[in-house]
Design a protein around this ligand. Structure first.
Ligand SMILES: [Mn+2]
Length: 268
């Protein structure tokens, strides 16, 4: 059984690090996500194409949170795509620290993640995007947040005080084309980083997350958003916040299929 020893790699072990054009690494990545990556068919029946046709993935294993920036920089220096599989969304702050200045950031997330402090930390999963706005020093102008539907009044006021563009899941549901057009314009053909918090999806298709929020985006809407970004140059990505549910790999399969599709659109 794939992964029954807990040692499954993400996708394959066909490629060496030197041969790969995508280098995956985990930061407390649930073993079930790597297991699912061995079970999902990369051939898509709708597109009639192998979504991994151009991606040569190497899984470098697990990395500690405080080594994410260094590891990401090393992968970028090799002109490869870093693919980070993480438990906590905080890793995006570390990954963005490794990106060239001015890199655009597209975040799919149910949560605003712009609290000034959460559970006694200013660097928690609920604060990372606010910290990034401070670090980037651009008042959020290079950030787009898609699918948000949870946060407090103070977070909403903060978002409104920035130049960050945010779209609720309801905005996507009402007029996905308008959101897609805006995203296409925002990214253009620039370099960008994509962060996928699995709770952006409706919990009916991705229940295994720490903070499930009702009325999330659909699979079709997600595909439309990716399509809108296709002229952009993806230079880094992550997939995060899965909390496995015993006996169900639904969320892991959706996560893997999302990653495959992203690699299909942006690699090669
Ligand atoms: Mn979230």
């Amino acid at each position: 059984m794939p992964g029954s020893n807990g040692g499954a790699k993400f996708v394959t072990d066909f490629f060496s690090e030197a041969d790969a054009n995508v280098v995956a690494f985990g930061v407390e990545c649930p073993p079930s996500l790597r297991e699912a990556s061995q079970l999902v068919e990369p051939f898509d029946f709708t597109d009639r194409r192998n979504w991994l046709e151009n991606a040569r993935v190497f899984d470098a294993g697990e990395v500690k949170m405080d080594a994410v920036e260094k590891k990401t920089k090393e992968i970028l220096a090799e002109k490869k795509l870093p693919l980070i599989l993480a438990k906590e969304h905080t890793i995006t702050l570390h990954a963005m620290n490794a990106m060239p200045a001015g890199t655009k950031l597209v975040v799919f997330d149910a949560h605003a993640d712009v609290k000034d402090e959460y559970e006694g930390s200013r660097f928690s999963h609920a604060c990372w995007l606010r910290r990034w706005c401070e670090v980037a020093g651009d008042n959020g102008a290079n950030v787009a947040l898609v699918g948000v539907r949870s946060g407090d009044e103070e977070e909403l006021e903060f978002l409104k005080s920035t130049d960050m563009k945010f779209f609720t899941a309801d905005d996507v549901r009402r007029d996905a084309d308008a959101v897609a057009n805006w995203l296409a314009e925002f990214v253009g053909d620039d370099a960008f980083y994509l962060s996928l918090d699995m709770d952006v999806f409706d919990p009916s298709i991705a229940p295994a997350v720490k903070y499930p929020e009702p009325n999330g985006i659909s699979w079709d809407a997600f595909l439309e958003m990716l399509h809108a970004l296709e002229e952009g140059g993806l230079i880094g990505m992550d997939c995060n916040e899965i909390r496995p549910i015993a006996g169900s790999m639904v969320t892991e399969f959706v996560a893997v299929k999302s990653v495959f599709r992203i690699l299909d659109v942006f690699v090669g």
